[in-house]
Ligand binder design. Structure first.
Ligand SMILES: C[S@@+](CC[C@H](N)C(=O)[O-])C[C@H]1O[C@@H](n2cnc3c(N)ncnc32)[C@H](O)[C@@H]1O
Length: 223
């Protein structure tokens, strides 16, 4: 659980300034990436925001006819969510052990969470268990760019620009390397597609995003 503990500590610590950190450190680009969710999903039924943080990802598709539940291990992120995005019901817990019954959700969405998980495979098995048959899983995360020019820029950005904003907003020096390593060591597009397949997801589609630094993975619970 070491990486999970670290990531929860980091998000507890940055919860207060999380939105501002995202906005400044991405120069607003993450808002464009997140907004694409609207083009992927027609919200209905029960929707789980996996690793919801303060509920910023669900907010994009907020809809009165849906039942939104957010799960996150960081109590401070949940606290922030309760005060800013109170259309969600929040649950405290880890993605590797979801506190929900089998076949509960029509959709599970997850924004920028998977690279923080110690065991993405175990979480995918849990997600499959709690999704309804043919339910849809939508994951957005950073994927290291294959293009060498983008890769070089991204390295500089993660090593110097992101830590700058993190420290300005009260971050802890000992966690600076976390952002770089969590993204650098995450799966490639192909590897993550294979992992989804291995854990019983079908119809896997990808949506590339501006600057090719992040991607949506869209898939359906198989049999
Ligand atoms: C970058 S934030 C993203 C928050 C939110 N999804 C968003 O789009 O703003 C990553 C979130 O993953 C959560 N997280 C870390 N480890 C987790 C785990 N094992 N299971 C579920 N969520 C986890 C963190 O607490 C944090 O809130």
């Amino acid at each position: 659980m070491k990486q999970e503990q670290t990531s929860v500590e980091i998000f507890n610590r940055m919860a207060k300034h999380y939105d501002l950190f995202n906005l400044l450190s991405s120069f607003g680009i993450e808002k464009i990436w997140r907004a694409k969710l609207k083009t992927i999903i027609v919200p209905k039924g029960n929707i789980l925001d996996f690793g919801c943080g303060a509920g910023e990802f669900s907010k994009i598709i907020k809809h009165d006819n849906c039942n939104f539940i957010g799960l996150d291990p960081s109590l401070k992120m949940l606290k922030k969510g309760k005060s800013t995005n109170n259309f969600l019901k929040y649950a405290n817990g880890y993605g590797e052990n979801l506190p929900f019954k089998k076949d509960s959700f029509d959709y599970i969405i997850s924004g920028f969470v998977f690279r923080n998980l110690k065991d993405a495979g175990k979480s995918l098995s849990e997600i499959k268990r709690v999704l309804k048959p043919k339910g849809k899983l939508i994951i957005l995360d950073f994927i290291w760019p294959e293009n060498p020019v983008f890769s070089a820029f991204f390295t500089l950005y993660l090593k110097y620009v992101l830590p700058f904003f993190y420290m300005v907003l009260g971050g802890n020096r000992s966690y600076i390397k976390y952002f770089y390593s969590s993204i650098k060591n995450f799966y490639s597009k192909k590897e993550f597609g294979l992992l989804l397949k291995k854990h019983g997801f079908d119809n896997i589609k990808y949506l590339n995003l501006p600057f090719n630094l992040a991607r949506y993975f869209i898939c359906i619970k198989g049999y």
